[in-house]
Design a protein around this ligand. Structure first.
Ligand code: ADP
Ligand code: MG
Length: 698
């Protein structure tokens, strides 16, 4: 970590492809750098003597005193050559603005591969290609071709969309939002989002990391790094392309597919990133996290001069993870002195419509002094008695003395503008809508929870991976692209309890096995061509010994003439009467890898959609959280006088399945449905897995 500090803090910057031509990127870069950069700006262009008054050199190697950072804006075909020159000149930090790489089909991909090779040879910190550039406010470095510069601030921002960078800079100029560092990531050929998260996590001047992401190349690296960063520095992520339509837009936009929304939510949650889906929250949350202290708890108070907005705020709190605080006796005493006779001491605290700033502030002071109050939302409507400017100064002073988070909701337009600005200057966000104020305070509480998280190592169970792989290899050798209950041995090999069973091929064999297994039995048609066995009439439960032969014949008749039939499986019947049917499944995400699903199972799994997801591998703590998160969680703990079910056995199965799909890349998707959990254990009675063409899986 911390390797990229020089990238943002050069003394001398070369612009390769510097130009005076109006509207050119080479000119915009020169102008932006000359406008604010404290160091030297050196144009490089073989066909010019000077650019915008600065002496121009033919190559970076020819610059007499050398440079620290090279910003490259030449045609794509010339980039590799320029990089060699830059590398030979001993320059490690490079920003390639030029487009025409992996976003431009096969020829572009080849060029990008060349670029990566050269960058590797010289061990370059290379940003881009196909990006808007980088920016750092402490030294005025604006190595972008965006039309606006950034104001100083304590938030660092990375974006996979260059257009979003320019839009944000323009908006920020108007909205008084500042930045420490900013990077347009472009194609991330060398440096990617994970590298900048790590860098800024170590940067004392970056209070919050903001990331606009369309794709995450290595989801696991992202999770591991962001976990470390968020122990100190909040990371707020806005992800584009998480809906079906959005994903298609992202694909045609960056030449890569976005992962599913579910995988992202799970992955970002596990990483400890604050996930937002709208642009307004993105910067709001970034700002509040940068400027405000964290609340000590989830209980908050509302102080207001108007009943209605106070109730709106309380409602919004009810819908958030926050709660209204109960004032303690000292606070109640202090408030009784502050309020007029008709006032009542409770949260939300209404200081009454005729309050002046002094009464409002004394109420706020008393509430902030209460040990049970984590943070406060001050909600004020314009009245004849309330001086907003006085109120704003007082709130900011109290914010400093108490060291607790305060957000405000000065409701109004023209009348509140100056006061809102004064608050903002002192790090207190103001909102028109109470709900937005609550959301901001809520994000502080969420981050406090994230910061306090402990991450455990995934449990590694003693398993027989070879046996699991050989079962799957066998199926693949037989031309199967998926396996069903006939491959329950895979789960056995991973220590997951399965029913006693036998695969039979005749009525006599069926009777014999049913006797061994112990009737009544469950009988299932085993065919790679029958996916949903019960739907096709291929599952019979509670079959008494007398009916086994006849049932065998019926099941054999279920398969169509072209279906491959592997036989009929006789299974021990597992009583689900005092138990519950659950599902443990896996889907591989292109970016985050294996995504484990847990939820209410059985044949209605799609009806209830009561499921939760985590990226594997899983620690015991994460598996436990999954069992606690589903809506049906009370059923597991023994709702309505039923005996509690064996949740710890379920937790183990979730982790063992996670280990299986991490160990065996040949498995594409996987379903254990149902996993029957009873008071005294679990049993996986159904299994299905798709087999990938086979990379490394055997
Ligand atoms: P499919 O999902 O292909 O329809 P399953 O093997 O999951 O077939 O069986 C369907 C249902 O039958 C299960 O959801 C469960 O209710 C019941 N069932 C299956 N196997 C057993 C078993 N061994 N013991 C008890 N019930 C079972
Ligand atoms: Mg099933």
């Amino acid at each position: 970590m911390g390797d990229l500090a020089t990238l943002f803090d050069p003394d001398r910057v070369a612009v390769v492809g510097a130009s005076e031509r109006d509207g050119s990127v080479g000119r915009a870069l020169m102008e932006n750098l000359l406008a604010s950069f404290e160091g030297s700006v050196v144009p490089v262009n073989p066909s010019r003597e000077t650019v915008l008054g600065e002496t121009c050199y033919s190559t970076v190697g020819a610059v007499p005193d050398g440079v620290d950072l090279a910003v490259v804006a030449v045609p794509a075909e010339a980039v590799a050559e320029v990089l060699r020159d830059v590398g030979e000149a001993g320059v490690r930090d490079v920003v390639v603005i030029s487009a025409g790489f992996s976003e431009m089909g096969e020829a572009g991909a080849t060029r990008q591969a060349d670029l990566v090779r050269v960058a590797g040879e010289y061990d370059m910190n290379l940003v881009g290609p196909n990006c808007v550039g980088i920016l750092s406010t402490p030294n005025g470095l604006n190595a972008t071709f965006a039309p606006e510069n950034a104001a100083p601030g304590n938030v660092s921002f990375m974006s996979q969309s260059g257009a979003f960078v320019t839009a944000v800079l323009d908006w920020a100029a108007e909205a008084d939002v500042g930045f420490k560092d900013l990077v347009s990531l472009g194609n991330e050929a060398v440096l990617d989002a994970v590298d900048f998260a790590a860098e800024w996590g170590d940067d004392p001047d970056t209070r919050v990391v903001l990331a606009y992401l369309e794709q995450i190349a290595d989801g696991r690296a992202f999770i591991d790094t962001v976990r470390e960063v968020t122990a100190e520095t909040p990371v707020v992520v806005i992800k584009a392309g998480t809906t079906e339509a959005g994903a298609q837009a992202a694909a045609s936009h960056t030449g890569s597919l976005a992962g599913s929304a579910t995988a992202y939510r799970a992955g970002l949650d596990q990483a400890g990133a604050v996930y937002v889906d709208d642009v307004e929250d993105f910067f709001d949350f970034g700002q509040v996290l940068a400027d405000q202290p964290l609340p000590a708890g989830d209980d908050v108070a509302v102080v207001t001069n108007s009943g209605g907005p106070g109730v709106l705020t309380a409602d919004a709190i009810g819908e958030s993870s926050l709660a209204l605080a109960e004032f303690d006796d000292d606070t109640r005493g202090a408030l009784a002195d502050v309020l007029p006779a008709e006032g009542s001491v409770r949260d939300p605290l209404d200081v009454i419509g005729d309050a002046d700033a002094d009464r409002f502030l004394r109420g706020l002071d008393a509430v902030l002094a209460d040990g049970g109050v984590g943070g406060v939302i001050a909600v004020a409507c314009p009245t004849r008695t309330l001086d907003f400017d006085e109120l704003a100064t007082g709130i900011a002073d109290l914010h400093e003395t108490h060291g607790k988070p305060i957000v405000t909701c000065l409701m109004g337009g023209k009348l509140v503008r100056d006061a809102a600005h004064a608050l903002q200057e002192r790090g207190i966000p103001n909102y028109f809508a109470p709900r937005q104020a609550v959301r901001s305070l809520d994000v502080l509480a969420r981050y406090r929870e994230i910061r306090g998280r402990e991450y455990d190592e995934p449990t590694t169970f003693d398993v027989d991976a070879e046996r699991a792989e050989s079962v799957l290899d066998g199926a693949r050798a037989d031309g199967q692209s998926a396996v069903g209950v006939e491959a329950l041995d895979v789960l056995d090999a991973y220590g997951i309890p399965t029913p006693e069973r036998a695969l039979v091929h005749s009525a006599e064999e069926a009777e014999r096995s049913a006797r061994d297994v112990g009737a009544p039995v469950v009988m299932k048609l085993v065919s790679p061509d029958v996916l949903h066995k019960s739907d096709a009439g291929g599952v019979r439960v509670g079959v008494p010994l007398d009916d086994v032969a006849a049932t065998y014949a019926e099941l054999a008749a279920v398969a169509g003439p072209d279906d491959r039939v592997l036989g009929v499986q006789i299974q021990e019947e597992v009583s689900s009467e005092d138990g519950q049917e659950l599902i443990v499944g896996v889907k591989r995400d292109s970016q985050f890898g294996p995504l484990v699903m847990f939820g209410l199972g059985g044949i209605f799994v799609q009806v209830f959609e009561d499921t939760t997801f985590r990226v594997a591998p899983l620690s015991e703590r994460e598996a436990i959280e999954m069992t606690e998160e589903i809506r049906a969680a009370p059923l597991l703990r023994g709702a309505r006088g039923r005996e509690p079910l064996d949740v710890s056995a379920v937790v183990e199965v979730i982790q063992r399945v996670a280990q299986l799909v991490v160990d065996v890349p040949a498995i594409g998707e996987l379903d254990v449905n149902p996993l029957i959990v009873r008071p005294d254990g679990v049993c996986a009675v159904d299994f299905r897995a798709t087999l990938d063409a086979g990379d490394g899986g055997g």
